[in-house]
Write a protein that binds this ligand. Structure first.
Ligand code: NAP
Ligand code: MG
Length: 498
């Protein structure tokens, strides 16, 4: 069994702990993909020291030169797209088109951020005093700790990494234990692209040990985290205590409204894609829909027909539409939500069962599941499930749909299907979500725009887009005075000026 190693200071090195964890194939739990370092404090400390030593050179390298290396990385991702996608499908289960999309998104953000090397605009404006210029310039934050989720293992990492690097920061990445091989291959690509040693360090291990050591390390000046709201709260508390910059991309409980004037076939396809692709394991998955009562039955028929086309299977099989669940633990959690909803009186109108025989025997597979009659205040209607489970609610009016859609602690993404521009505009103004769609699924963000959520889905930061530069840089305000006297704009009386 291959033992993988941390990437510290440009070299692959074994963990100081001497311990390793297994990377398990979710489609076949008997298939161990490799052993990865179960690192702890000492390994993180070594990585932070390497990042510290690399900072002086990297932060002073002109941004266009940093951009050239990011561009190289983008080209290598493009060259290796197919083989990388196969690895993603192997270690986290999703289908090949989904894995290829994951890499494409990383390529897109690489090219976009490489271009930022020649922009990263600051502000130049007029001073209120004569013979003085006033401007701003972006400077790096310092050593950035990146802690990431597994469901888009290349995209989530690169959406943080490339903005962090273009701004001149050095990085320590702690990827999810569920997707370490993708991170490892990215490390190899970064070496090949020409990044100097120590600029990017990758340390594998658990959240409780490795990631916590990163969050607590006093030399780390910023934590960018993508994951659950519960862990995000822990991280932001520690960052607050240490006055660290902190960016959090957290969970979602995303709703979609289907009005009586909607294109029903298109809406049914979008709901099914949003709810069941990647087996609902996206932060932007659709988990609640609000359907107008006058088309409720007609829409359910279409929805069920579309769902029948969502074949559950192994990600590498070309006809698979619904992939396995990432882990046994997550599988058990999803099934317990379904059981609890049944006990509470919800009706399963499609699916609801785990698949355990034949090719499903060794993996974690759950049928796409649609429920009606769900209590809107129950756990299944309020909490993030992160599985192929959809609750359908009947609504009488647009206002009722918006009120119910908003009545959750999360606010990541939302959508409305309608052919009435006035309904769409009304909803766009009132829906409490960071990303809103009209006549489209609740997922599908583009890396040159900001992505992020309101309420418990985030803390107001946005990655990627140009807004990621605000996360990964500080602004320095600069006044250049050539008056030859000591001027100050706050003194208006001539005699006070010195
Ligand atoms: P998670 O359990 O919160 O883990 C995310 C990362 O944090 C992993 O690397 C994890 O390490 C680490 N971690 C766990 N406990 C920690 C702790 N006490 N201190 C510091 N780090 C800790 O989330 P997940 O199950 O990987 O991913 C699913 C979640 O991510 C969902 O809530 C989903 O909505 C969210 N997500 C959000 C976005 C977005 O952009 N808003 C995108 C994708 C996913 P381990 O390796 O030990 O797990
Ligand atoms: Mg795995």
């Amino acid at each position: 069994m291959k033992k993988y190693r941390n990437l510290i200071d440009g070299k692959f090195s074994a963990p100081a702990t001497g311990r390793y964890f297994e990377n398990i194939n979710p489609a076949d739990n008997s298939d161990i993909i490799g052993l990865f370092p179960d690192s702890a404090e000492e390994d993180i400390d070594r990585a932070v020291r390497a990042a510290h030593n690399a900072f002086a050179y990297w932060s002073q390298l002109p941004a266009p030169k940093r951009g050239d290396l990011i561009y190289n990385a983008g080209c290598l991702l493009m060259k290796k797209k197919e083989s990388l996608a196969k690895v993603i499908t192997w270690e986290m289960g999703k289908t090949m088109p989904e894995s290829l999309g994951d890499i494409q998104s990383s390529i897109d953000v690489a090219y976009f951020m490489a271009g930022e090397g020649r922009r990263m605009y600051g502000q130049t404006t007029f001073s209120s005093l004569p013979k003085r210029w006033a401007l701003t310039k972006r400077i790096p934050v310092g050593i950035c700790g990146l802690i990431t989720a597994w469901n888009a293992p290349m995209a989530i990492v690169t959406w943080k990494l490339f903005p962090a690097l273009i701004c001149g920061n050095t990085v320590v990445l702690k990827p999810s234990q569920e997707s370490p091989l993708t991170a490892y291959l990215l490390g190899e690509i970064l070496k090949e692209a020409g990044f100097p040693p120590g600029v990017v360090n990758i340390v594998y291990g658990s959240g409780s040990k490795a990631a916590q050591a990163l969050v607590k390390h006093p030399e780390v000046k910023l934590i960018s985290f993508t994951g659950s709201t519960k862990v995000g709260q822990l991280i932001s508390q520690e960052c607050g205590r240490q006055m660290k910059k902190c960016s959090l991309e957290l969970g979602g409980k995303n709703g979609l409204i289907v009005m009586d004037d909607a294109d029903l076939p298109a809406a049914a396809k979008a709901v099914v894609a949003g709810a069941f692709s990647t087996a609902g394991q996206r932060c932007a998955s659709t988990s609640r829909i609000f359907v107008h009562r006058s088309i409720f039955e007609a829409f359910l028929t279409k929805l069920i027909n579309e769902t029948k086309l969502m074949k559950v299977g192994i990600g590498k099989d070309s006809d698979t539409k619904v992939c396995p669940i990432i882990s046994r633990r997550q599988f058990d959690k999803i099934m317990s939500y379904i059981e609890e909803a049944k006990k509470d009186g919800a009706k399963i109108i499609f699916g609801g069962k785990a698949l355990k025989s034949g090719k499903f025997a060794k993996g974690n597979f759950i049928e796409p599941t649609i429920l009606t009659g769900v209590d809107i205040h129950s756990r299944i209607a309020q909490e993030e499930i992160f599985g192929p489970v959809l609750a359908v609610f009947k609504i009488k009016s647009l206002q009722e749909a918006i009120d119910k859609l908003n009545d959750v602690d999360y606010g990541l993404t939302a959508s409305i299907f309608t052919s009435n521009i006035n309904s769409a505009m009304y909803a766009l103004e009132r829906i409490e979500a960071g990303c809103c769609y009209v006549n489209a699924p609740t997922f599908g963000s583009e890396p040159h725009l900001p992505f992020g959520g309101l309420k418990n889905s985030g803390i107001g930061t946005r990655e990627p887009g140009v807004q990621a530069l605000d996360v990964f840089s500080e602004l320095k305000t600069i006044y250049i005075d050539y008056s030859g006297i000591s001027q100050n704009s706050q003194y208006t009386n001539e005699k006070d000026k010195r």
